[in-house]
Design a protein around this ligand. Structure first.
Ligand code: AHR
Length: 490
């Protein structure tokens, strides 16, 4: 028997909505074709930005958007992307396929996108190949509310009022594509660059340092020791890689690959916990956030597409990766205050895929839609005992869950069954509240690799859930194999 116990009247930590953030890089068809089509496109747009994308992302209440990279960020010179579009220089996107970057999408267009989405901008600055002055001027250009050379330039380019800029990243992956630095060297650079990331007027910038890749605990140790509270957040990057070919296809895989990917996704729990343990030593009051600003699945690209464009399909398996990872972030919301899945459109574990004028939302998008109930809700203590899901001699927990109470006092439980073969019978005890009613939705499909296509864009979508009932005050759930449910417990 699987058992979940929830304390509905306890809990003190808030699950920040910023855990549900997204990431859009100048990579492949994420920006160009995905988000930006230009004002003259026959695809319906507002000032060049696709209306269908904006509508889809607004529906999941996207809280923040990270831009312009990724590896692109440390080669990006923001002044190339302002002013009259036909006078902007063309540059080369050296990291992502050597394609021409015409800079039609720059700072004004990104800020317009965030305003259309109703989300907070998160800009990642250039430490690897940029200067301190360049970074200082970018922040001044965006946020300064008194006349200065940069705010006057902004006004001449059509924007009088400053924009709010709550989040700023001081470099990206500076241990790799952002300059191949040692942590000691980057820590010193962070201290220097971040000094000039100024707060103008009422704008207050939350400064995020490049953090570790995966299990690089030494990087966390050095940054916490040498930078400490000069940073507000420390970024962590972790990707769930597919197995080696032929099992690294996003869509053609067997149960071994299903198991392997979910097992790797669950490693996020260990990573967050071990990095957080190091952070606790230097910052017991938890003032510095762990910001997982790149995470998600990474497989071979779809056959026939540019290998550097990282275009992959998205199946029910990706939905399980999303739900189990978001459960980890919810449960560790004492330290994880923000996260960004990679990436929003047409790249890696995308929310949305486009094909010319067509657009579809992925199974991963559906998880973000279902998990909206956790945004800014109070995390509830939850104890989970569950059967293992075993395959080929190895095993992982068959269930993942998290629970919260929203501002109206409603309790929500999200629970996933990772086992692709067996229904899970779950007995759920809700303490500190009388349980009278339950309703919910479930995301599942017949096949592990079920997905949405441009011909069948709604093949995988949530359905009303009839597998939960109340019996003498106990909630009993029959959760189908390979499924994710969100329950509202009244
Ligand atoms: O998301 C794709 C790439 O992955 C990013 O540009 C980089 O930061 C990471 O290695």
């Amino acid at each position: 028997m699987n058992r979940i116990t929830i304390d509905a009247d306890l809990g003190k930590e808030t699950i920040s909505r910023h855990i549900y953030g997204h990431f859009a890089e100048h990579l492949g068809r994420c920006i160009y074709g995905g988000i930006w089509v230009g004002e003259d496109s026959p695809i319906p747009n507002t000032r060049g930005i696709r209306n269908d994308i904006v509508e889809a992302l607004r529906a999941i209440r996207i809280p923040n958007l990270r831009w312009p990279g990724g590896c692109f960020a440390d080669e990006y010179h923001w002044m190339d992307g302002i002013g009259p579009k036909d006078q902007r220089p063309s540059t080369v996107n050296t990291h992502w396929g050597g394609v021409v970057e015409n800079n039609r999408f720059g700072t004004h267009e990104f800020m317009d996108l965030c305003e259309q989405l109703g989300c907070d901008p998160y800009i990642c600055g250039n430490v690897g190949s940029g200067t301190v002055r360049e970074m200082q001027q970018w922040v001044e250009y965006v946020t300064c509310d008194v006349p200065t050379p940069m705010s006057r330039l902004r006004a001449r380019n059509g924007r009088e009022a400053p924009w709010p800029l709550p989040f700023f990243g001081v470099g990206n992956e500076n241990w790799g594509c952002g300059g191949h630095m040692r942590p000691e060297y980057y820590a010193d650079l962070f201290r220097r660059y971040a000094t000039y990331v100024r707060n103008f007027g009422r704008n207050k910038v939350f400064k995020i340092a490049c953090g570790p890749n995966d299990a690089n605990y030494a990087w966390t140790e050095v940054l916490m020791r040498e930078v400490g509270k000069q940073m507000n957040g420390l970024a962590l990057h972790y990707y769930t890689w597919g197995k080696k070919a032929p099992q690294s296809s996003a869509t053609e895989f067997d149960e071994a690959s299903w198991f392997d990917v979910l097992q790797k996704a669950l490693k996020m729990d260990e990573l967050v916990s071990r990095h957080a343990t190091i952070m606790d030593r230097f910052d017991p009051e938890k003032k510095i956030a762990l910001v997982v600003d790149e995470w998600g699945t990474w497989y071979d690209v779809e056959p026939g597409t540019n290998p550097r464009f990282l275009y992959q399909q998205n199946t029910l398996r990706d939905a399980l990766v999303a739900s189990t990872t978001l459960d980890v972030f919810n449960r560790r919301c004492d330290r994880v205050k923000m996260a960004n899945i990679a990436q929003t459109v047409n790249v890696l574990q995308a929310m949305v895929l486009t094909q010319n004028e067509k657009m579809l939302v992925t199974p991963s998008y559906r998880v973000f839609e279902m998990y909206r109930v956790h945004h800014d809700a109070t995390l509830l203590p939850l104890d989970l005992e569950c059967a293992p899901y075993g395959h080929a001699g190895a095993s992982i927990p068959s269930l993942s869950a998290s629970a919260s109470r929203d501002a109206e006092g409603k309790v929500h439980l999200t629970v996933s069954n990772l086992d692709p073969n067996r229904t899970a019978e779950i007995e759920c005890h809700v303490r500190g509240a009388e349980v009278r009613d339950v309703s919910g939705r479930v995301l599942t499909a017949d096949a592990m690799n079920a997905r949405n296509t441009f011909d069948a864009p709604d093949a995988v979508r949530p359905a009303p859930f009839d597998g939960a009932r109340i019996e003498k005050g106990t909630l009993r759930v029959e959760l189908p194999a390979k499924s994710i449910a969100v329950l509202e417990i009244a």
